[in-house]
Write a protein that binds this ligand. Structure first.
Ligand code: HEM
Length: 180
């Protein structure tokens, strides 16, 4: 996974729990990287190890941390790292979410080993947006957090309900996004 993801974990932990907590998490995860370069590819196992170590060190369930990570990443690490995409990807939360295939495709174009998520969309007449999430990583808690983070970015209150989950045997996860 691209370094911009691990960088987000680091920024979230350091900002909320301090540098000592981050140092302990890195050591528990046996991570020797001095820093994360945003465009460089790091093994997925490292990201998983960091999330697991953070959960153990902080005593917070890993899924709770993953949601918090997603919420934090969109208006912070993501925005700081890709200002141009943020300017172009949409003027509302809905537009931004609908542009995510294009954004992921462009951001990972020169990284053959990257495997970004793919979304298919259903727009329901009552205004609900259903995002079908296709990924081998199965990071639906991160996805929930990222969608909530898009709401925060645009200061639009929104609700996210997972109506199907691959962890429970569904072919893929589906998030219903309700805008208010
Ligand atoms: C401009 C904003 C964004 C940029 C530049 C961006 C970029 C990236 C990058 C570089 C990765 C790592 C891909 C890899 O190494 O394989 C990633 C992963 C991911 N992104 Fe985004 N992203 C953005 C916003 C979002 C939003 C708003 C969502 C959800 C609505 C989202 C969903 C995900 C998910 C779920 C992953 C984890 C990978 C997986 O599931 O396989 N991203 N993104």
């Amino acid at each position: 996974m691209k370094g911009v993801i691990n960088k987000g974990i680091q920024e979230l932990i350091e900002g909320r729990f301090g540098a000592d907590a981050w140092a302990e998490i890195k050591s528990r995860a046996q991570c020797a990287e001095p820093f994360f370069a945003i465009s460089e590819d790091y093994p997925d196992e490292l990201t998983v190890a960091l999330a697991g170590a953070a959960s153990e060190t902080l005593g917070i369930p890993v899924d709770t941390l993953l949601v918090e990570f997603g919420k934090f990443w969109v208006p912070n690490t993501g925005r700081d790292s890709y200002p141009t995409f943020y300017q172009l990807a949409g003027k509302t939360a809905r537009e931004f979410l609908l542009n995510m295939n294009r954004v992921h495709e462009q951001v990972t174009r020169n990284a053959p080993s990257a495997t970004p998520p793919v979304f298919t969309y259903e727009e329901v007449p009552d205004g609900t947006l259903c995002m079908h999430y296709h990924s081998q990583r199965g990071l639906c808690p991160v996805l929930r957090g990222l969608i909530l983070g898009v709401g925060e970015l645009f200061e639009e209150p929104l609700e996210v309900v997972e109506t199907a989950c691959a962890r429970e045997g569904a072919p893929h996860c589906v998030m219903e996004v309700r805008f208010q």
